[in-house]
Design a protein around this ligand. Sequence first.
Ligand SMILES: [Zn+2]
Length: 111
Amino acid sequence: MSTLPVYRWRLAPEGLATFRQVRAMGLRPGGQPVAAQLERPRRRRGPLVAYLYRIDRAKPVRPMTAAKRAALDRANAARRICPECRRDVGYRIPLSLGMCSPCGYPATSAV
Ligand SMILES: [Zn+2]
């Protein structure tokens, strides 16, 4: 593996962007290898490193397909059904509770 070019923070050349910056442009790295890295020196710790991608090789974020959207909706709907009372509570059942709040907290639900 070849060594990546390393740039100082804020001194990245034109045409390169971090993953976050690429996403902010509505793009994704699209499987391209990391083009360079940025390093910000920190006192008493290792430098903060960010990876840079080539903007010209970035691809548009893939729009969600209808099938994918439907599958996601079904998964979300399933998480809204309380396993205790089988009601669709209209929000996602918290995993920590595992049921809707009237079932989880019967004493306080009357309030
Ligand atoms: Zn319930």
